[in-house]
Design a protein around this ligand. Structure first.
Ligand code: F6P
Length: 328
């Protein structure tokens, strides 16, 4: 290993995601493997500001690989956005002799990490943890696969009621800025239409599609709406609009909400989190900083944090075509 780093800090920040615990376990155990002291920082950057930290060893992370949420807890910390807050955070770094930081979170958390690194010259490395999968520099973020499976399970259940009552369901899924969850679960759950933030599908197109479905003999339908979809209307307004224009539909709305963030991580997320946690610690020990770990074509990669924040994670447009054709 190239550096002489002997003590690292780790925190989880932003929205929790299933698999964050598996990533933490990997970070703590890889540190132990390399005889590095690992310090857990509680409530994200808030714990750094408040010196809310605890030493962690290989046994501190027993029995968490299967747990949703994050045992370190998470927060969106406003204080850390101020210079005063970051000065307090740096005092925690000094007090605990922390020589490098592992940040498990999303792009907001990485922005904070970059600013902190530039102000106090402490090495930082990011591990992408968010169900939205909206981070440039990795094909998958930790928690995304589990969230997809949670949504599919819920929509399958909603379909039972849709069929039994000949209803049209609008199901809102998470994704403030990204349609990955909506698009993939739309195909996976066989939804009639998918509304996403990246493309304006247009309400007229939705009406046409629903009219066609009715004419071709479909008696029930499901439309998946990402919470940040481009129509400018929320899911209830969209449902009302459709009900007004196509009164023969019996319309219902279901907002899945935060249930999508919880639950035991899928095997995919556990493996991804384990690989990312290990890779992150070893990259830090190799002297890397200001980078995020990612996975592309099954290989672990590093990309500059600034790219992870500023780059745009594109949706796969091919999936729109798949969805369109298969809902004929
Ligand atoms: O984790 C990201 C996300 O799932 C977004 O899709 C959603 O808008 C947001 O979290 C809501 O999170 P909170 O209620 O914690 O602010």
């Amino acid at each position: 290993m190239k550096t002489s780093i002997k003590r690292i800090g780790v925190l989880t920040s932003g929205g929790d995601a299933p698999g964050m615990n598996a990533a933490l376990r990997a970070v703590v155990r890889t540190a132990a493997f390399h005889s590095i002291v690992c310090i857990g920082i509680y409530r994200g950057y808030q714990g750094l500001v408040d010196n809310d930290v605890r030493l962690m060893n290989a046994r501190s992370v027993n029995n968490i690989i299967n747990k949703g949420g994050t045992i370190l807890k998470s927060a969106r910390c406003l204080e850390f956005r101020t210079k005063k807050g970051r000065v307090s955070a740096f005092k925690t770094i000094q007090k605990n002799d922390i020589e490098a930081l592992v940040i498990i979170g999303g792009d907001g958390s990485f922005t904070g990490a970059m600013i902190f690194q530039s102000e106090f010259n402490i090495p930082v490395i990011g591990i992408p943890g968010t169900i939205d999968n909206d981070i440039f520099g990795t094909s998958y973020t930790i928690g995304y696969d589990t969230a997809l499976n949670t949504v599919i399970e819920a929509v399958d259940k909603i379909r039972d009621t849709a069929i039994s009552h000949n209803r049209l369901f609008f199901v809102e899924v998470m994704g403030r800025d990204a349609g990955h969850i909506a698009l993939n679960t739309g195909i996976g759950a066989g939804a009639e239409e998918v509304l996403i933030p990246e493309e304006d599908m247009g309400l007229e197109r939705l009406l046409e599609s629903l009219k066609r479905s009715e004419k071709t003999g479909k008696s029930s339908s499901i439309v998946i709406v990402a919470e940040g979809d481009k129509t400018g209307k929320n899911v209830f307004e969209i449902a009302e609009y459709v009900e007004k224009n196509l009164p023969y539909y019996d319309v219902r709305v279901s907002v899945l909400g935060h249930m999508q963030r919880g639950g035991s991580p899928s095997c995919f997320d556990r493996v991804l989190a384990s690989r990312m946690g290990l890779y992150a610690v070893e990259a830090l020990l190799e002297g890397k900083s200001n980078v995020m770990v990612g996975v592309k074509s099954e290989k672990m990669i590093l990309s500059p944090l600034v790219k992870a924040i500023k780059g745009k994670s594109e949706i796969n447009k091919d999936l729109i075509r798949v969805s369109d054709i298969l809902t004929i």
